[in-house]
Design a binder for this molecule. Structure first.
Ligand SMILES: Cc1cc2nc3c(=O)[nH]c(=O)nc-3n(C[C@H](O)[C@H](O)[C@H](O)COP(=O)(O)OP(=O)(O)OC[C@H]3O[C@@H](n4cnc5c(N)ncnc54)[C@H](O)[C@@H]3O)c2cc1C
Ligand code: SF4
Ligand code: SF4
Length: 402
């Protein structure tokens, strides 16, 4: 039984059958199994998950009155969680730093990047060049491979000691899971997939702006009582600053070599997926195919055009559902956000769930026979023609706009 009798969660040993289900249900690793579960009151967040998982009702939890107001803790710093891909800084980290610099001008707080990994310290200078005033380096052999549980616990510990005001994470494959886990460990909120971030000059709160209700309105979300204020942003949404190699900043190393990593997870091997399909994030020109492109023969024509101009081919959700393009290249609210030099929308009507993800494109050309289609309100150039007639004209138009 927990030694702390006043603690609101207790094990009734006379009922417990020692099955360990409570320990495996606890996301915070707050239960250690011996003959009976032992609850670590420092780690326990009183989430109640273990109580529900117990098949014999052996866990008892008192009702906890909600805190009237979170204790006010001095917080400072706009943190950007740097992501490392194959030893290099992920583009989204530079983009988040660009936004953090803009936020810092209003909030008057330093921009701080956090680098976690096995051998990553060499990247600190690049983060400074991209806008960080300070870089926290957490380098340990055990962090050489990305294990969400380990990274989140290390980051939670660091943030728990240094109290950042804001924490920004890339909404990448890694960042999505990591940010959610980290927010839970820090007991704070997280707004995922923000399309804009700003500071309310009166309150100093972070305005976390993202599409809501299927993209039909933009919601501004604030977190007035918990810290850090956490937001994730997809790659391609924010603009990175030009790297300035002469910029000076501070590098702070943190020793986590003795930190207890999560023993339940280990990476046995890593297998690279065979490259294939179109890579959208790095493409300068993207052709987006919509449901208006009615068959695969027409898709093949568009692919030929794409090959000639060095474009990647993507699609709307309707095009994915119609089997015209692969789901991995869907652009939109539930797909990729892209920011190419040129986006050519062919047979796409321009619903907000699609257009919200292409606003970062420098130039947009739309092809659609319906002159009233909403895609024309975001396009720089338009061809109000069916795709079959528009393709030859596109060949002439493209060199003029890129
Ligand atoms: C929660 C939610 C998330 C969503 N996420 C996404 C997302 O991530 N990405 C996404 O794209 N959508 C998403 N959608 C769906 C979105 O609302 C639209 O339904 C979708 O974008 C429509 O795709 P479309 O423009 O290809 O098809 P349509 O809306 O059917 O438009 C087809 C267009 O083709 C034109 N056309 C017809 N004939 C031709 C021709 N011969 N040549 C050229 N044009 C022609 C038509 O005039 C029409 O404007 C989401 C919806 C919801 C509710
Ligand atoms: S209440 Fe939640 S955090 Fe506490 S021990 Fe149970 S599962 Fe873990
Ligand atoms: S789930 Fe219930 S019975 Fe099983 S070890 Fe935990 S408290 Fe005991």
């Amino acid at each position: 039984m927990s030694k702390n009798r006043a603690f609101p969660l207790r094990v009734q040993e006379e009922l417990c059958v020692g099955c360990g289900l409570c320990a495996s249900s606890c996301a915070y690793q707050a239960i250690e199994m011996g003959d009976f579960p032992k609850i670590d009151a420092d780690r326990c967040r009183l989430c109640g998950s273990c109580v529900q998982s117990c098949p014999v009702g052996a866990l008892e939890m008192d009702e906890v009155a909600p805190a009237a107001e979170a204790p006010k803790q001095e917080t400072s710093g706009i943190w950007v969680l740097a992501e490392v891909e194959d030893g290099a800084l992920a583009p989204v980290s530079r983009e988040l730093l660009g936004k953090a610099v803009a936020l810092s001008a209003k909030l008057r707080q330093p921009v701080e990047a956090v680098l976690v990994g096995g051998r990553i310290a060499a990247l600190a200078q690049e983060l400074i060049a991209c806008g960080a005033d300070r870089v926290h380096v957490v380098e340990a052999p055990a962090l050489g491979q990305f294990v969400e549980e380990n990274y989140s616990r290390v980051l939670a510990d660091l943030a728990g000691r240094l109290h950042p005001d804001i924490l920004l994470v890339g909404a990448t494959q890694r960042g999505r899971g990591l940010s959610a886990r980290l927010a839970a460990l820090l007991h704070t909120g997280l707004t995922a997939d923000c399309t804009e971030l700003d500071i309310d000059t009166e309150s100093g709160l972070l305005h976390q702006i993202r599409p809501a209700f299927g993209g039909n309105l933009m919601a501004t979300i604030v977190n007035p009582t918990h810290r850090p204020q956490m937001a994730s942003v997809r790659p391609g949404v924010m603009k990175a600053l030009e790297a300035d190699t002469a910029r000076k900043g501070e590098v702070v190393r943190h020793d986590y070599s003795a930190f207890a990593m999560d023993s339940r997870v280990s990476v046995l091997n890593e297998t690279a997926e065979a490259a294939g399909g179109d890579s959208l994030e790095g493409s300068h020109i993207i052709i987006g195919i919509g449901r208006g492109v009615k068959d695969k023969a027409c898709v093949a024509e568009i692919r030929r055009l794409a090959d000639r101009i060095g474009a990647a081919v993507a699609g709307s959700r309707a095009a994915v559902e119609a089997g015209l393009v692969d789901a991995s290249v869907q652009v939109g609210q539930t797909g990729h956000t892209v920011a190419p030099d040129l986006y050519i929308a062919i047979g796409i009507s321009g619903q907000i769930q699609h257009t919200a993800a292409i606003t970062g494109a420098r130039t947009i050309i739309a092809v659609n026979p319906d002159r009233t289609a909403p895609i024309f309100s975001v396009a720089d150039y338009g061809l109000a023609l069916p795709v079959e007639e528009a393709l030859p004209q596109l060949m002439n138009l493209i060199p003029a706009v890129v």
